[in-house]
Design a protein around this ligand. Sequence first.
Ligand code: NAD
Length: 279
Amino acid sequence: MSVWMITGAARGLGLEIARAALAGGEQVALAARRPESIPEDVRNQENALAVRLDVTDATRIAPAVAEITNRFGSIDVLVNNAGRGLLGALEEITDAEARSLFDVNVFGLINTTRAVLPSMRNAGAGRLVHIGSRSGFEGEPGVSMYSASKFAVAGISEALAAELETFGIQSMVVEPGVIRTDFLDASSVQLPAGRIAAYDGTPAHATLDWAGEANHTQLGDPVKMAEFIYRVVSGPRLPLHLPVGQDALDRRTVMTDRLARELAPLLEASAATAHAEIA
Ligand code: NAD
């Protein structure tokens, strides 16, 4: 039995990961801005602990981690799941909107990770699971800021995997494709306040139109995805990246093929930029 801490666990993917972990017999701390909104059938389970945590409130993270370790003794698995979206062409997004997104998706994740690391290092074991996105390996029009935040998550996770291996701690970024959660609701995804009509009919606004139409019809099943993630996290070794869903797998292949194709004729010239004396 291991101890899981999951942020943003009141609904969506985080809640389903909590359900999968509880069904697997783990002890699960569900961290949520409003713990009272965690469904009772989960919150009231013997192995569940509901903890109040807004990941943007840095002063609350250490007390939340202490509450969990006081109850369960340790945190073996941290799932950084809390996140939200921001759509719009980059030109439409204000500095405040961009920074506020990064406060949740990036700095919330960094601060939560920093708070659990001392106990994982002392234990000589631990698993960090960061919920990134398909948008974290491919920037798409109308999603630049969200993509940027999830690219940051992927970079942080890769660096952590290398930094922490020596302490017995693993790190993985999960990169789901679209998931049928409330993510595209106004409660999660934010549209830019200053819409610029010139982008109508362009790819950036096509994404806005898609988001309006796709809500609650997305392909990915959060229950199946959560069970898959739980199975991988419970396995012998975490992969560095875990794309989840056919769309995520397809886009990863498109990106890898494109990088290889575009670079092939440039490889030699690129390598030749080294100092002559080193070459
Ligand atoms: P969701 O909106 O249902 O869940 C997001 C959760 O994060 C909610 O419980 C919300 O309350 C919580 N949250 C938001 N801000 C928070 C904060 N400041 N502090 C604590 N919790 C906060 O959507 P979801 O699809 O379940 O999203 C879960 C994760 O999956 C997110 O990181 C999201 O970026 C990622 N993701 C979603 C999709 C998708 O298509 N739904 C695709 C790829 C990745």
